[in-house]
Design a protein around this ligand. Sequence first.
Ligand code: ZN
Length: 100
Amino acid sequence: MERQPEVEVATPAHGERLVRVARARLEPGRFSWIWVVDACPFCGQSHSHYAGPRSGDPYRYAGVAVVARCAMTDRRHFLMHAPQAGLWYVLEPLEAPGEA
Ligand SMILES: [Zn+2]
């Protein structure tokens, strides 16, 4: 039903970044905001990313490329042709700022 926006990806060379878009939702942590990616575009697992202090603006941490935290086995599966390439994704908020 929900379509994952995707960036056109060519086979990366060694050391290159493989970047995709990851839908992320904001969760309040105890001391900081957390961007939670429920379905990683690379491995399908859930990853969470620091989004700054609760007093700050977590949207400053969205829209930028961050390293995907995939397990090594998943990375290997995805990077068969370019094992040295880095898996990155751009956090795309599910809700717009102020919509909560
Ligand atoms: Zn992953």
